[in-house]
Design a protein around this ligand. Structure first.
Ligand code: ZN
Length: 356
């Protein structure tokens, strides 16, 4: 590559572009002026980017008038381009399965949940005991999430097994998040502890279901101490890591601190976790009947969305479920899978009604 590039004159109008996930290990010779000397970071798309990406992917799909790509873009912070493409594809499949002519917003919402939380495993049979444990466990997460400060709003709580999990409590930030403050992280820790605390208070037992929560919480607390300087040990980094940055995987950790500091780090990590546990305990112990109602509602309905959870927390009765849109027998999506010229112009940026 370098030999070839050296052959280019600066006035030849040839631009060479390359992409990598590992800019950290590139040979400096490659990055000298005249070679790959400019760097463009392609991060995950922001809300505008997501809307445009959705527009591209929905071009060949007959979407219903009720579909608002801007709302979908707002509801998918953190999604990559591939996630969005996947969501559109899943939505089209759902509509086709229902023999609908067009893809509804309803299909997109289901597809979003599938991409977010993994596919439902309806075939997995849970015993009543497991269902009950899961309902209280997830209810614990949800109630703590509803009560602690700076937490992302709840998106959904479900006790239908998805992926590896028996239940899922999903929060979704309102906007794209680039940094996290300490209160947010402490709240996150409390939410993760909520599942285990609910098991202890309401079921008088502990289950292995909390294993993943505990692992993630410990990891966050350790980062708060060792990477983000948020503990009493002050703004220092402890431990040099070799990480495959873009894969988010730690390859090895090289210790650059003493035995004594190691003990202090462990104590600080424990302090964060203990505080989170205490917060979760206080929330759940002080709102026992609310958690009972969440768990009962979960056992009845299997899924609770944000508004239903808000009603339960506010002590209001839940309204009956709105049935999903009926299947349309007059023709399937495949029949009309061709570009619809009338739809192409779309909403131009700036014309969009501001979201409520
Ligand atoms: Zn959990």
């Amino acid at each position: 590559l370098l030999v070839e590039m050296d052959g280019f004159e600066s006035n030849e109008g040839v631009i060479l572009i390359a992409a990598t996930n590992r800019p950290d290990v590139l040979d400096p010779a490659l990055l000298r002026p005249g070679r790959f000397d400019r760097r463009v970071v392609v991060a995950r798309p922001d809300v505008r980017g997501r809307e445009e990406i959705l527009r591209v992917h929905t071009r060949k799909i007959p979407i219903n008038d009720d579909v608002d790509l801007f709302i979908l873009a707002r509801g998918t912070p953190g999604f990559s381009g591939a996630d969005l493409a996947n969501m559109v594809n899943e939505a089209a499949l759902l509509a086709a399965r229902q023999n609908r002519k067009t893809v509804l917003m309803f299909d997109f919402e289901l597809a979003k949940d599938k991409v977010l939380m993994g596919a439902e495993r309806r075939s997995m049979i849970l015993t009543d005991e497991e269902k009950k444990n899961t309902a209280y466990h997830e209810g614990g997460h949800a109630l703590v999430a509803a009560k602690v400060p700076h937490a992302d709003p709840l998106h959904k709580v479900t006790i239908i097994p998805r992926g590896m999990a028996l239940g899922v409590t999903m929060q979704l930030p309102i906007d794209d998040k680039h940094t996290y403050d300490r209160v947010y992280l402490e709240s996150q820790l409390a939410i993760m502890m909520g599942g285990r605390v609910a098991e202890e208070i309401f079921l008088k037992t502990m289950t292995t279901g909390a294993g993943n929560d505990i692992e993630r919480a410990t990891e966050v607390a350790r980062k708060m101490v060792c990477e983000w300087g948020m503990s009493q040990l002050g703004p220092l980094t402890f431990g040099k890591k070799e990480e495959q940055i873009f894969l988010g995987r730690e390859l090895s950790q090289h210790r650059d601190y003493s035995e004594e500091t190691a003990r202090e780090i462990d104590a600080e990590v424990r302090r964060f976790i203990d505080a989170a546990y205490k917060t979760a305990f206080e929330v759940l112990d002080g709102n026992r009947d609310t958690l009972e109602r969440i768990a009962q509602a979960l056992l009845e309905r299997e899924v609770l969305d944000a508004s239903e959870l808000q009603m339960i927390v506010a002590g209001q009765p839940l309204p009956d479920r709105v049935p999903p849109p009926p299947a349309d027998d007059s023709g399937s999506v495949q029949h009309v899978l061709r570009p619809d010229p009338a739809r192409q112009p779309g909403i131009k940026p700036g014309e969009r009604p501001s979201p409520a």
